[in-house]
Design a protein around this ligand. Structure first.
Ligand code: FES
Length: 115
């Protein structure tokens, strides 16, 4: 795994949201309940910035059309679509690292969901 330092916990701070760019890739960082999550910033729907979204009940809500992506998986249950997410590591000194290989959880097919 290749980890890239993208920010510090202090920069994320009380805003709980931060947009960073790594190698031309825009990443939205979110912090809630002591955990940090990294999402591709541009929404899979119509490229609105998820960084401008709202955190609510373990989800980030896109400001474009209110799709609700699960913070743990990036999955949008109503649409059955996934926003790319990235593994995050926070060191003891507060440095936030992101692994840029996207980690999306494949949505279950309707057939799998029945079993
Ligand atoms: S652009 Fe995100 S829900 Fe439409």
């Amino acid at each position: 795994m290749e980890w890239t330092a993208v920010a510090t916990a202090r920069e994320l701070g009380r805003r709980r949201k931060l947009r960073v760019e790594v190698d031309g890739l825009a990443i939205a960082l979110f912090q809630t309940e002591g955990r940090v999550y990294a999402f591709a910033d541009l929404c899979v729907h119509q490229d609105r910035s998820l960084f401008k979204g709202t955190l609510l009940h373990g989800k980030v809500i896109c400001p474009g059309h209110q799709w609700q992506f699960d913070l743990e998986t990036g999955h949008e249950a109503d649409q059955d679509r996934c926003q790319p997410t990235y593994p995050v590591r926070v060191d003891d000194d507060g440095t936030i690292y992101v692994n840029l290989a996207p980690e999306t959880v494949p949505a279950r097919t309707a057939e799998e969901a029945r079993t």
